[in-house]
Design a protein around this ligand. Structure first.
Ligand SMILES: [Zn+2]
Ligand SMILES: [Zn+2]
Length: 346
């Protein structure tokens, strides 16, 4: 099969031919029909992820068709249209037994722990617990775009933040993760305040449902601004960027007993940010993370999409070929392109 392979970190990946994968007993092979390009792929490529062993095939936000099925697989057959969460579970550890496959003790992450979806085919383990059936009405490109940013935001807003109608939700950072969170929080009836440093992103945030925006490059006190707009602070606040400043602001702009959810990744020198812990204690704040979403929780999100309440296709940017993904991947840190870039030509 054709695949994008890198032999060493930060060296240009190559489009090359490698052997086709075969399924293990509990796994399947999926023909990749669409795969998103993500900043996490860039982090992996430059060597920030100790799970990656070389040579490596990146790619973790994908959808496709099952083309081979292991002997023990019960739920899936050749021809099924599917997607897979970017963290897949082992099915045997205490976290998986409690239904929290997104924090499995023995995680399987295509594109990180194993070869990923920048290829014609990808092999997935424990298919019965990790695959998600796609409704006929959902196209492959949109399905691939759910893969990591959208599902992580869904879990952050709905399952971790437990956001309810009428609450104030602050979203710091209006890239792919932030815009997804704004759309989701708006859909469940929350009042969303979007914070970013770019006016065009804030305008997009308004179109997706934000009722107020704060431009952090012009507003001298972001925390005060959010407290004012929400008349006392946000009930739920997200750092959708992953930066010490947005993390600090997100915790500080909460009202008493509010919840901060860290969604943006904190890597390298950003991994131990300052936390206003005295406020966390005095105001009984909660600090939570969101690490993808387990396959069995996709149903709720897909139902909202089918009902027209969520439209992740609005966040898709351009579609490219597998070969073009090399250039996009290598330049992922340079600027954030508007919308998710999806490979649709293999
Ligand atoms: Zn991703
Ligand atoms: Zn597990």
């Amino acid at each position: 099969m054709k695949a994008i392979v890198y032999e060493s970190f930060s060296a240009p990946p190559q489009l090359t031919t490698v052997p086709d994968p075969t399924p293990d007993n509990s796994g399947v092979v999926i023909q990749v029909m669409a795969t998103g390009v993500c900043r996490s792929d860039w982090h992996g490529w430059v060597g920030h992820d100790p799970d990656i062993h070389l040579p490596h095939v990146p790619g973790h936000e994908f959808s496709g068709v099952v083309t081979a099925v292991g002997k023990q697989v019960e739920k899936w057959k050749i021809g099924d249209r599917v997607t897979v969460p970017f963290v897949a579970g082992c099915g045997h550890c205490p976290e998986c037994h409690s239904g929290n496959h997104q924090v499995c003790d023995h995680q399987f992450q295509p594109g990180f722990t194993h070869w990923g979806s920048f290829a014609e085919y990808v092999s997935i383990h424990q298919a019965d617990i990790n695959l998600v059936a796609l409704p006929e009405s959902l196209d492959f490109t949109t399905a691939a775009s759910l893969g990591c940013r959208f599902v992580t935001s869904f879990r952050a807003v709905v399952d971790q933040g437990k956001t309810s109608a009428g609450q104030w939700v602050a979203v710091h950072g209006c890239g792919g993760v932030g815009l997804s969170a704004i759309m989701i929080a708006h859909a469940i009836g929350a009042n969303v305040i979007a914070i970013d440093i770019a006016d065009d992103k804030l305008e997009l945030a308004r179109k997706l449902g934000a009722v107020a925006t704060v431009n952090a490059s012009k507003e001298p006190d972001v925390i005060e601004a959010v407290m004012d707009i929400s008349r006392g602070g946000a009930h739920v606040s997200l750092d959708a960027l992953g930066h010490p400043v947005t993390c600090f602001n997100s915790i500080s702009n909460l009202r008493k007993r509010g919840k901060h959810v860290q969604v943006g990744l904190m890597l390298g020198e950003h991994s131990t940010p300052a936390i206003p812990m005295s406020k966390v204690i005095a105001h009984e704040l909660e600090i939570l993370g969101s690490h993808g979403m387990q396959a069995h929780r996709y149903d709720a999100m897909l139902a909202m999409m089918a009902a027209g309440k969520l439209a992740p296709e609005k966040l898709i940017g351009r579609t490219i070929s597998l070969e073009q993904s090399i250039d996009v991947l290598m330049n992922m840190d340079k600027f954030e392109v508007t919308g998710v870039t999806v490979v649709t030509e293999f």
